[in-house]
Design a protein around this ligand. Structure first.
Ligand SMILES: [Zn+2]
Length: 140
């Protein structure tokens, strides 16, 4: 249920409560106790539904906020701003600054926007390349 539908339901329930309140004051003149009780119970039920809708609306707001925050985190993780390409190897600027050689798969980054750290081949410097991607199995 989206926020507009929740808001519309809250407005409808508010109108229904108004009608029931009117019926309650009219039923004060009615001698039939059963009808008066039904109108009273109907009012209680509508108020209960409205309270549930308020909770749903609050939960919806919280979940939207949480979803937005998670999307931002995923964007940051999948597209590191500090990515650099040096001699054909995809590396993070922070690793380069620390003089650490940690290459990532450029093919996977370009096709899937995912960062996979390349693994050193055994033995090193094979004819295929020094590094292998654990995801696409390409050699570099
Ligand atoms: Zn790969």
């Amino acid at each position: 249920m989206d926020i507009a539908a929740i808001q519309s339901a809250i407005t409808s329930i508010g109108s229904a409560i108004g009608l029931v309140t009117k019926a309650q004051s009219l039923s004060a003149n009615i001698q039939n106790q059963e009808i008066r009780q039904i109108v009273h119970d109907l009012n209680d039920q509508l108020i209960s539904v409205r309270e549930d809708l308020f909770k749903v609306r609050t939960e919806n707001f919280d979940l939207r906020e949480q979803n937005l925050s998670l999307k931002e985190r995923v964007d940051k993780l999948s597209q590191p701003a500090e990515l650099v390409v040096i001699e054909g190897y995809y590396r993070l600027q922070k690793d380069v600054d620390k003089n650490e050689f940690i290459p990532y798969c450029g093919a996977c980054y370009q096709t899937k926007q995912k960062m996979f750290q390349l693994l050193q081949t055994r033995p090193p410097e094979s004819v295929m390349g020094n590094f292998k991607c654990p995801s696409c199995h390409d050699f570099f």
